[in-house]
Ligand binder design. Structure first.
Ligand SMILES: [Zn+2]
Length: 388
């Protein structure tokens, strides 16, 4: 096995043992010897040191075939570190987690949105190194990056991110060259969905996650570990479904896309045109200001709010009918909406979905989406490295 021999050449028995246990599952010292060809004395010495360091735990399961029971060894969650990265518009957010996707450290760094992608990725690599260098945990074995926009089927290339003007950016290759560990890239909202699907015990079939901020993104993730697989890239395209014939021109080049009705920049522009620049104060959620104006009977506000809520509900009803998730999470700008807006959205969706789905339908605001994206990226890094 190439990776194993490379570890042996480096003389890192810790890495060999962790990799062996990851691939074989819990195993006794004898079994590890059979797999690796290492001597009993070498294994015994390395295992004792790793148990002392908290990297390995002794399990109670016996292997009867050798005559006397043998203690099996299991890697501790702390024995693994992975890095999750989220590239947002103008901000890089990254964190290190263990094998249980628990975030140990988190940092953010701003970047110039007009910079070429290679420059932004160089900065990502610098930030990952800085985080890893300052960390005292186990070595980092993999990195996953969440980016708004579509990725290729092998999770190596960012195909298109309209907001940043990125097209066919070889994210994984670029970062692997700089960091020397496996790197994968995925759609950021899919990673948010992945993180939430792993955390929420009530979720049986899966989660659909709708994130609205500068654009509209959807993520769908099944419940349970190890079942995450890259699907068609369509989750990144939901925002570019036409909802208004001959509507406003969208950044994608089409007209009347969902984004042009519900995404924050378009919504702000529309409010400004209606003479409601006062609603646009950056420290206040847009949908909250809109609700307040609509409640006062302002005709433009009522019209804009109705458009936003109807179109979000329409899109989500289609998502529910297609994927039948048992939980729909709305993040970003929609999570900041007042309860009355969320309630109205729930009612409209319930009216529009298939009768069999109405009773169990659940929609909740998702807070801390950015952290979920970093945690989801780390979870993906674990899954592709076979650590979870
Ligand atoms: Zn569009």
């Amino acid at each position: 096995m190439a990776t194993l021999s490379r570890d042996l050449e480096r003389g890192s028995y810790e890495a060999v043992l962790l990799r062996t246990l990851r691939e074989s599952g819990p195993a006794s010292r004898t079994r590890i010897g059979e797999i690796t060809g290492l001597s009993a004395a070498t294994i015994s010495k390395a295992v004792s040191a790793m148990v002392d360091k908290g990297l390995l735990r002794e399990g109670a399961v016996a292997e009867p075939r050798m005559g006397r029971p043998a203690v099996t060894l299991v890697p501790a969650p702390e024995a693994v570190t992975v890095c999750g990265v989220q590239i947002e518009y103008g901000t890089i957010r990254l964190g290190l987690t263990d094998a249980e996707s628990r975030i140990r450290t988190l940092r953010t760094a701003p970047f110039d949105v007009t910079a070429p992608p290679s420059e932004v990725l160089d900065l990502v690599a610098t930030e990952v190194r800085r985080l890893v260098d300052a960390d005292t945990g186990a070595p980092c074995v993999g990195v996953a990056v969440g980016i708004p926009g579509a990725v290729d089927e092998n999770r190596r290339i960012n195909r298109l991110t309209i907001n940043l003007g990125w097209r066919d950016v070889p994210v994984a290759e670029h970062l692997e060259r700089l960091l020397g560990v496996p790197v994968v890239v995925d759609h950021h909202v899919r990673l948010m969905a992945l993180a939430e699907a792993r955390l929420d015990d009530r979720v049986r079939s899966g989660i659909a996650y709708l994130y609205v901020r500068r654009g509209v993104g959807l993520g769908v993730a099944p419940a349970g570990r190890g079942r995450y697989a890259v699907g068609p890239a369509g989750e990144a395209y939901l925002g570019h479904t036409r909802v208004v014939e001959d509507g406003e021109l969208c950044r994608c080049g089409a007209r009347g896309c969902l984004e042009t009705v519900v995404a924050e920049p378009y919504l702000r522009a529309r409010l400004e045109r209606a003479g409601h620049a006062d609603v646009l104060r950056a420290d206040r959620p847009v949908l909250e200001g809109l609700r307040r104006l609509a409640a006062q009977g302002d005709p433009a506000a009522v019209e804009i709010e109705t458009d936003v809520v109807r179109n979000l509900a329409g899109a989500l009803a289609t998502v529910v009918n297609l994927f039948t998730p048992d939980l729909v999470l709305v993040g970003g700008m929609v999570a900041e909406a007042p309860e009355a807006t969320i309630t109205r959205m729930r009612e409209l969706i319930r009216e529009r979905i298939f009768p069999l789905l109405r009773e169990d339908f659940r929609l909740e605001p998702a807070h801390r989406s950015e952290e979920a994206s970093v945690r989801g990226a780390a979870t993906l890094a674990l899954e592709v490295s076979h650590f979870s």
